[in-house]
Design a protein around this ligand. Structure first.
Ligand code: F55
Length: 835
């Protein structure tokens, strides 16, 4: 308010009000202006990179105006906001998305052409914003797109990592990690050097009494790090709403302490302090579905949580409302347990700093938070040692113990004399060392807990959180099946298919209400439509084939069946089973006469995905895939019948190219292990079929598209436990086809067999935890069905079109509306069309 321009001077402001470009001419003028002034270049030295920069700046200027208006509108309206706390936002590229969401891509295309550039080449210049590992981070990005597109008042809060997920290089068949320094030129972020928060670490707790004699705790000493806000505009599709993603960056707090050091000549150590502070937001931890308990990771979590909560509370306090109204103004969603300290931090703010009573504060806290669980894998459930929390956050540990005490007391009242129940649900695990169970803390501190697909939400209720269902009742636990944004994953990734669909649904409304896709089923028999459909898939495959040729040197035939598995490499996702299946196919082909071989359906097996740098088994899988490729791709007997390629550095922008080019994709996790999966949705949405297990969202996809349109195989989740038990305690015989594959690997056909021994022994000698052998036979048989089905192209295309028509449910818009109604209790804010 203090910075507001007084009435008499506002006329000048209004006279010079900024407007974004309106048409092609306006766009070109802005591009040239940015090249010549902002970038200090000219038409004599404007390369594609400069064109990208200038084009982005032109669009950025447009976004800023609507972004400011959106924030003013939301503040003025003063209704409840959602804050989505996620340590990961896997955004990918922003320019293409911005052009499409503001509806000006055609203008930009024509304008860039007149200035001498192809829009595709300009888009390709952008570095992915890769602040995430995989599904969890990409889900957060899809949610931001839907929140803005549906006009919800919502902010994302995350960390501004200097290094995103590493870049993957494949050298001699092995993964090599290269740091991803992405901030050299990033026009999409706005540093807010005036928006900072001091975050405290370490120190001790001083217990004392206030003037009225009430016991109070004061957290003192330790060290302080400064959080600086960087804001990223999130444009909605076909709406002026432009929401905010706030990312925190760490730097040294310049207090007395540093000056003392500096003045006493201790320059080096003052620089070292500076660097230590900056380390907090330096790098994204590259583990997906694995918790490693590193101190720096806990520091990241608290740094980001403390800064975000301070910001949220500061905004609430400006409204001068009573504290009990906090949950009517603020909903906070925890994307997995990574932000669980937010529960403790809000309780601390309310009782230690604002002087509320424990019960009143705790009521506010639990009504504010919701928690989304993304995994049942035990190795992914976060735990922090009590000693570490005590050291880093002494006051928080006390509050955690108090939360646990009151919780266990209430459990004891409801279930008297059940000591074992208390032990099982305690937030503190009485192990050596003692551990804080973050998922339990998140459950106790939230009003809703959700899983991300039906099977997964049922599993958490019957396995890892069973006791909590008994304690809190079943209504606290719910399901919100994941979804994906059709703007990026259809319109942007597959513009030709998007256009064809629009021509049959009548308009592009289906991008806002994906259920309209069902209209294309009426055109199932339209020969011209089908032909066009097939031509688009083929063109997408040609584009991928070109990429494969230039990056790997392998020539693949675009008419072959493209079989794709792209996702993080993990034993539970079973890329090892896929490559064993490929070897089986290779051996089968080799055993046939040239005549018989010709009857076989040509295939390209395409893999992509990163292994966590410390995950040795995952790295062995990558090595085996590349080693098999090296043999198969150079085998003259085989030719086009089988190619095996590993696409380096799978990321969001590669996904946009690969997914539209797939005929069949693999979602083959051991039943009960993949919480949802989201690429399965993207593949089907782009006219690819899938082969998969009865796991995660595959089950709901099957229900929607019909079981004739999906290739399901393998054991069911309910049988997994017994099978594992039988491996360990019964006699474990390996599937004969798989044994034949192992034999060939051990003969050295794909290089030194010692390199792959661990992959074999995991199945043969170490209990086959992921049931590769149990599922192998049905996997191979189902692939044979895929071959057969593909030979009948007419039927295949019918399956593809029917499936796309029935995918409306899997939009992240549906998903966000479910969260808004069932968990956040927020409403969209009506907007006038963009000015
Ligand atoms: C990252 C860090 C930690 Cl410490 C734990 C997990 C992760 C992570 O990346 N998890 C992840 O991606 N989970 C995935 O979430 C998706 C979205 O809900 C699901 O579709 C997918 O099944 C699940 O594995």
């Amino acid at each position: 308010v203090e910075a507001s321009i007084p009435e008499p001077q506002r006329e000048a402001w209004l006279k010079h009000k900024t407007h974004g470009f309106k048409d092609k001419d306006g766009f070109e003028r802005e591009v040239v202006r940015h090249v010549e002034t902002t970038l200090a270049r000219s038409m004599f030295n404007c390369d594609e990179s400069a064109a990208y920069s200038a084009c982005s700046l032109a669009f950025r200027d447009r976004l800023i105006l609507e972004w400011n208006r959106t924030q003013q509108r939301q503040t003025y309206n003063d209704s409840k906001r959602l804050y989505y706390l996620s340590l990961e936002f896997l955004m990918g590229r922003a320019l293409d998305n911005a052009m499409l969401n503001v509806g000006q891509k055609d203008v930009a295309k024509a304008g860039l052409a007149e200035l001498g550039f192809r829009i595709e080449d300009v888009i390709e210049q952008e570095h992915d914003a890769a602040l995430g590992n995989g599904g969890l981070g990409r889900l957060a990005a899809c949610f931001l797109d839907s929140l803005a597109s549906l006009n919800y008042p919502a902010w994302g809060y995350g960390l501004r990592y200097r290094y995103g997920i590493f870049k993957q290089e494949i050298i001699d068949g092995y993964q090599v990690e290269v740091p991803d320094y992405w901030l050299d030129f990033n026009p999409w972020e706005f540093p807010r050097h005036d928006v900072t928060v001091d975050v405290q670490f370490y120190g001790y707790v001083h217990k004392t009494t206030d003037e009225s004699g009430k016991a109070v705790a004061r957290w003192e000493g330790g060290e302080t790090v400064k959080a600086v806000a960087y804001d990223v505009p999130i444009p909605g599709y076909d709406t002026p709403t432009t929401n905010n993603l706030r990312l925190w960056s760490s730097k040294a707090a310049s207090g007395e302490f540093d000056f003392q050091k500096f003045n006493s000549g201790d320059y080096e150590s003052s620089v070292a302090d500076q660097q230590r502070a900056e380390t907090i937001s330096a790098v994204l931890y590259p583990n997906d579905n694995l918790d490693r308990g590193k101190e720096l990771r806990l520091k990241q979590q608290y740094f980001w949580v403390a800064a975000s909560l301070y910001d949220i509370v500061r905004r609430f306090k400006k409204t001068k409302r009573a504290w009990r109204e906090f949950p009517d103004q603020v909903a906070i969603q925890l994307n997995d347990t990574h932000p669980t300290l937010a529960i403790v931090e809000l309780q601390r703010i309310l009782i230690d700093l604002e002087g509320l009573e424990w019960d009143e504060a705790w009521n506010i806290v639990t009504n504010t938070f919701g928690y989304t669980n993304h995994t049942v894998l035990p190795e992914a459930l976060e735990k922090w040692s009590v000693g570490l929390v005590q050291h880093l956050l002494p006051r928080h540990l006390q509050i955690i113990y108090d939360i646990n005490l009151f919780f266990l007391q209430s459990v004891e009242r409801a279930f008297p004399d059940d000591r074992d129940l208390l032990r099982r649900v305690s937030i503190i695990e009485e192990s050596q060392p003692k551990m804080v169970r973050m998922a339990f803390l998140a459950i106790v501190g939230s009003h809703k807990v959700n899983g991300v697909a039906e099977l997964h939400s049922d599993l958490i209720k019957t396995t890892i959180f069973k006791d909590f269902v008994a304690i809190f009742g079943p209504d606290k636990f719910t399901n919100v099946t994941n979804g994906v944004t059709p703007r990026r994953w259809l319109h942007q990734a597959n513009p030709k298919l998007s256009e064809l669909i629009a021509s049959k649904t009548g308009d592009q409304e289906y991008l806002k209400d994906l259920s309209h896709l069902n209209k294309i089923e009426l055109h199932l028999k339209d020969a011209a439509f089908r032909k066009e459909w097939a031509a688009i898939k083929h063109a997408n495959k040609v584009r991928l084939a070109e990429h494969i040729k230039t990056t790997t040197g392998v020539e693949v035939n675009p008419s072959a069946l493209f079989d794709v598995q792209v996702k993080r490499i993990h034993e539970y996702k079973r890329q090892q089973m896929n490559i064993f299946g490929v070897i089986h196919r290779y051996l089968t082909l080799k055993s046939l006469s040239p005549e018989e071989r010709k009857k076989y359906q040509p295939r390209v097996s395409i893999f992509g995905g990163k292994a966590a740098p410390g995950y040795w088994m995952a790295k062995q899988i990558i090595h085996l895939i590349n080693s098999v490729g090296a043999v198969v791709n150079n085998d003259k007997d085989i030719g086009d019948l089988l190619k095996v390629v590993f696409v380096e550095d799978y990321n969001v922008s590669k996904a946009e190219m690969i997914i539209p080019a797939s005929d069949i994709s693999e979602h083959i996790s051991t039943a009960g292990t993949e919480a949802s999966g989201t690429s399965n949705m993207k593949f089907v949405l782009n006219g690819g079929l899938i082969i998969g297990t009865c796991d995660g969202a595959n089950i709901e996809i099957t229900r929607e598209i019909g079981e004739n349109n999906i290739f399901l195989f393998g054991n069911l989740a309910e049988d997994v436990e017994d099978l594992r038990h039988s491996h360990t305690y019964g006699s474990h015989t390996i599937d004969p086809d798989l044994a034949r594959v192992f034999e060939e690997i051990e003969k050295g056909t794909f290089g030194d067999s010692k390199d792959f021994a661990a992959l074999i022994t995991a199945v043969r000698d170490h209990g086959d935890y992921y049931l590769v052998s149990d599922d192998f036979h049905s996997y191979i048989e189902t692939h044979a069905l895929v071959d057969e089905a593909y030979k009948n192209q007419e039927e295949w295309i019918t399956k593809c079109i029917t499936s796309v028509a029935r995918m409306g449910f899997f939009t992240s818009d549906r998903c966000i509306n479910e969260y808004a109604d069932g968990i956040w209790n927020i409403e969209p804010l009506a907007v006038e069309p963009a000015s």
